[in-house]
Design a protein around this ligand. Structure first.
Ligand SMILES: [Zn+2]
Length: 250
């Protein structure tokens, strides 16, 4: 049983037995994994607050033959996000980050791009406590990295270029985009502002987006987030729990 070491981001933890946590984490070099942190719920546990959601940590664990769960041996904090969870809107965004990451990534498949996306988006929320843009950025890139993003520049039905400044229409699960002529009744309108933001998200760095759009309304970010979470929910075939909290934020 070799001891493994990796950078990781904690996604969730669940109570296990009387004193343990079952921890889901994204290891940078090994992908999404689950493990048991024995005694972590005891007061003065050696794990401290390292197993809180989205903690960016260095983790040491043993892989056990023929067992799905690893045994977490030690954890050191690199960066904590606990403070950002105290802001309600930020905590909702951070919860969506962890739930989506857990839902879309297969176990034991390293994805450095997903790791970097999660860390980048979480840091942006923590730094600004303005989660709208980081959330839209995270949702769109999660769809893109999942291989589920349709072309946003052409109508999927007639092939015509979607004109800048015109409304486009998304099929329910986001599997296609249509121009006003080809729209079907069940499709959802996407405003020109949200489409323009989508194009920016795909080509610009998050910190630059946040900087340049500071003070503008967040409705297009919210709209883009909603359409992308539709795609994700369609792909994972269930509703995201954390999304209900987002719907309560006006
Ligand atoms: Zn068309």
């Amino acid at each position: 049983m070799p001891l493994r070491e990796s950078e990781a981001i904690v996604l969730q933890h669940y109570a296990l037995g009387e004193a343990d946590w079952l921890v889901s984490f994204l290891a940078r070099t090994m992908g999404r994994m689950r493990g048991v942190a024995a005694g972590a719920r005891r007061p003065k546990s050696r794990f401290g607050s390292t197993l809180e959601r989205l903690s960016y940590v260095r983790i040491w664990f043993f892989e056990r033959e023929n067992r799905e769960l690893v045994r977490i041996n030690q954890c050191e904090m690199i960066e904590s996000f606990i403070d950002a969870f105290r802001d309600y809107a930020s905590s909702v965004a951070l919860s969506i980050f962890s739930e989506v990451t857990e839902a879309v990534l297969p176990e034991h498949e390293a994805s450095d791009a997903s790791f970097r996306l999660l860390l980048l988006a979480a840091r942006s929320v923590k730094r600004t406590l303005r989660p709208e843009l980081p959330l839209a950025y995270f949702a769109l890139w999660s769809v893109k990295l999942g291989g589920w993003l349709v072309r946003l520049d052409r109508c999927g039905r007639c092939g015509n270029v979607l004109l800048e400044g015109a409304t486009a229409y998304f099929s329910r699960g986001g599997s296609g985009v249509a121009c006003p002529k080809c729209r079907l009744p069940a499709m959802r309108a996407v405003s020109p502002g949200a489409l323009a933001l989508a194009r920016q998200v795909l080509t610009e760095r998050l910190d630059r987006l946040v900087e340049n759009r500071a003070g503008t309304t967040s409705s297009s970010a919210r709209e883009l987030t909603d359409r992308m979470l539709d795609v994700i929910e369609q792909q994972i075939d269930r509703k995201l729990k954390s999304r209900e909290l987002l719907e309560q934020i006006a």
